[in-house]
Write a protein that binds this ligand. Structure first.
Ligand code: MN
Length: 252
């Protein structure tokens, strides 16, 4: 079996698994609390079609304390993210849209508000969960940190620019470190659940490799109005190994 056949069969079996999951989701009365008992890679999530599912986090709800408290994680993942997925499933069903999540993000327009908000909500949270980890897990300096140093002068200089974009985002939204189509890094911020994959909505598009949720639901229980503290503490729980993997893939 060559690499291509192998990849294809992998996708086919993933889709078959998706159908089993659809049945599992539909038969679950407590839909909002339905969580897959496994984690999925971001690639798998982007390849998903109806029914989109909420994957398990790679860590316990309490694992990010004291930076992010357990209750916030529980509500954020099990209620907010789950609700975006439910609304996304309802909308693609209504539209008979058979695209993957990646396909939806690439083609969604500003006028398709329900699709835009909920496909964005699903992708944004999936990326966010994938690039944070318990603070105790130390990682080595890697290629993305080298690239950041070359582009911004230092990792600290990048986080400073990122944090000021987070503080400058009025109301709800996200901050991103992205790789553009020439492999260069840039920081941007988007309102609501928009993201830099939405080619028909966002001016400066790229592949996000760091995401920070600055909606109040992401921090209010613990930090109340102190967004600055939340934003600064975020860097204590970023998973540089995961970010590096995303960077290397995005650069190809
Ligand atoms: Mn959120």
């Amino acid at each position: 079996m060559n690499k291509r056949t192998f990849l294809k069969s992998g996708v086919m079996s993933f889709m078959a698994l998706g159908l089993q999951r659809l049945n599992a989701v539909v038969s679950t009365k407590n839909y909002y609390n339905h969580i897959l008992a496994e984690t999925l890679s971001l690639e798998e999530i982007l390849a998903q079609q109806l029914a989109f599912v909420l994957p398990e986090l790679g860590f316990d709800f309490s694992a990010l304390e004291p930076i992010i408290d357990s209750k916030t994680m529980q509500i954020h993942h099990g209620k907010h993210h789950a609700a975006y997925i439910k609304n996304l499933n309802d909308e693609v069903k209504r539209l008979s849209n058979t695209q993957s999540l990646q396909g939806i993000l690439n083609t969604v327009t500003a006028k398709q508000e329900v699709l835009r908000n909920n496909a964005g909500g699903h992708y944004n949270h999936s990326l966010f969960w994938s690039i944070i980890k318990p603070a105790s897990a130390k990682t080595e300096r890697n290629a993305v940190q080298e690239a950041i140093t070359i582009h911004f002068g230092s990792v600290e200089a990048m986080t400073k620019e990122f944090n000021s974009a987070a503080m400058g985002r009025f109301g709800s939204g996200w901050v991103w470190l992205c790789v553009d189509n020439k492999g260069a890094l840039f920081i941007t911020s988007t309102p609501n659940q928009d993201n830099p994959l939405m080619k028909k909505i966002i001016k400066k598009c790229g592949t996000p490799i760091i995401a920070l949720d600055v909606w109040e639901h992401a921090y209010y229980l613990n930090y109340q109005n102190r967004r600055k503290d939340y934003v600064e503490n975020f860097w204590k729980i970023v998973n540089w190994d995961a970010i590096n993997e995303l960077y290397l893939k995005a650069k190809k």
